[in-house]
Ligand binder design. Structure first.
Ligand SMILES: C[S@@+](CC[C@H](N)C(=O)[O-])C[C@H]1O[C@@H](n2cnc3c(N)ncnc32)[C@H](O)[C@@H]1O
Length: 445
């Protein structure tokens, strides 16, 4: 079921009318028609085979259809869109296809490269030539065998306590490829590094699930070799070459990717017509930890300090690192009650700092929304997909809390609609189904 329930052709026609620079609309319809419309548009489930989106399967993404539907539903023209939590670049890419300028902020440097790769004009022939060069000169040097200081000891065989993520020769091959990529021109290097990133988990001994990674059942019997890794990389490069040959983001629109913490970067962003985003949810999902394999193996993290700094720069939606907590913002009775209930059940919580995390999370969200109120002119919109959480029987009704805070932040709620239910994990304590909402907010005059 789609949120706006419009046909693809209608959505694209309407979104194209709202964009001042007319898109190559046949291209965007062709591209989006490869999206599986039966899947919830607020998830990435229908995008497994979608060109560009398949370069790296980012589980926490919404779909391009969600972005196109949102733009099509607006009562005003859209020239420039902001996504303060860019993730895998769904917003930027869809805007690119629609001929609309975009600004994406993203704290994770690997994901920032993924976004930049999707909107860059990389020639498929250049990509292939550079890749063939790197492959032809691939050679493992002694330095490739030495993990950088601070990298988790489990990353390379023999690991720790008999467990490791990568067989030694697979690890060394990845590091040699990353070294070889340093000589490649920047646009091709960025994309090739992203594609290498997309092969890592499959060639490791772990799978990513829920909130982190776990060892595969029987991983000791599933030896991966450098050959497997390189075969996967060949396939990934072939797919990207084929996507870039078949589609190109139409020239004419501009896309900026700003690397860093949205709380710090937003004060420097100028006027936009629309902000569309899905922030981290207050569900203790630690993005730095979940994408740790890509960050370390591809050289984005060079030491333990880099890792710590990155974790402290993400929204306070997790408890795995000691950020400084701040008081909960006012304006929401629902938040106050939830915090009282969490405080009363502190002893049952799997982490005692969860009440502070929830309070600090909403403080962060208030900072983000206050900045959006500065950036968006009156009558323009912010649209947000956001999910609830639950701890020891206390439901944190995120959409309702934000709705209650909106008037104090300079927004009027236009619409709040449940778009998906998400099964809770054991960390949430129960079989309760959590909801995801789409909030449509208008900047008040
Ligand atoms: C739910 S994902 C966004 C997914 C995106 N809509 C897409 O379709 O790919 C949230 C993103 O926020 C990023 N993030 C977390 N804290 C951030 C911060 N303080 N500033 C900027 N980005 C942040 C995470 O790295 C993650 O990529």
């Amino acid at each position: 079921m789609n949120f706006w329930d419009a046909s693809l052709e209608d959505t694209v026609r309407r979104a194209g009318t709202l964009a001042r620079r007319r898109p190559a609309s046949r291209d965007v319809v062709d591209w989006l028609s490869l999206y599986d419309e039966d899947r919830p548009t607020s998830s990435n489930q229908g995008t497994g085979q979608l060109p560009f989106q398949r370069w790296f399967r980012f589980k926490e993404a919404y779909s391009p259809k969600f972005v196109a539907d949102t733009i099509a539903s607006l009562p005003h023209p859209v020239d420039r869109v902001l996504d303060p939590f860019g993730g895998s670049g769904t917003t930027a890419l869809t805007c690119g296809f629609l001929g609309i300028d975009s600004v994406s902020l993203e704290v994770n440097p690997f994901l920032a490269d993924l976004i930049a790769s999707k909107v860059a004009a990389v020639r498929p022939s250049d990509l292939l030539r550079q890749y063939e060069r790197v492959r032809a000169s691939l050679e493992i040097l002694p330095e490739d065998r030495v993990p950088p200081k601070g990298m988790p000891a489990t990353m390379r065989e023999p690991g720790r306590d008999g467990r490791w993520l990568f067989a030694a020769d697979v690890f060394d091959t990845v590091r040699a490829l990353v070294r070889g990529l340093a000589k490649v021109p920047s646009a091709e290097r960025r994309l090739l590094r992203v594609l290498l990133g997309s092969t890592l988990v499959n060639n490791s001994n772990v799978v990513i699930n829920g909130k982190g990674r776990r060892y595969r059942g029987g991983w000791q019997g599933r030896e991966r070799t450098p050959r497997d890794l390189l075969d996967d990389l060949d396939v990934a490069v072939d797919s990207a070459v084929s996507d870039l040959t078949r589609f190109s983001v139409p020239a004419g629109s501009r896309h900026y990717v700003r690397r860093g913490d949205a709380r710090v970067l937003l004060p420097k962003v100028d006027t936009v017509d629309l902000a569309i985003f899905s922030p981290p949810y207050p569900n203790s999902f630690d993005y730095t930890d979940v994408y740790n394999i890509e960050l370390w193996m591809l050289g984005y993290l060079r030491n333990a300090d880099d890792n710590r700094r990155l974790r402290l720069s993400t929204l306070r939606s997790h408890v795995q690192i000691a950020w400084r907590s701040t008081p909960a913002p006012g304006g929401s009775a629902t938040l106050r009650e939830a915090l009282e209930a969490l405080d009363a059940s502190r002893a049952e919580l799997w982490n005692r700092r969860i009440p502070e995390m929830v309070a600090s999370y909403f403080d962060d969200m208030c900072r983000i929304l206050s900045q959006l109120a500065r950036i968006l002119p009156a009558g323009r919109h912010a649209v947000c997909a956001i999910g609830d959480s639950q701890y020891a029987g206390t439901h944190v009704d995120v959409a309702r809390i934000i709705e209650e805070m909106l008037p104090g932040l300079g927004f009027r709620l236009v619409k709040s609609e449940a778009i998906r239910s998400m099964r809770t994990s054991s960390q949430h304590g129960g079989s309760f189904d959590l909801r995801e909402h789409c909030l449509v907010m208008e900047r008040s005059s």
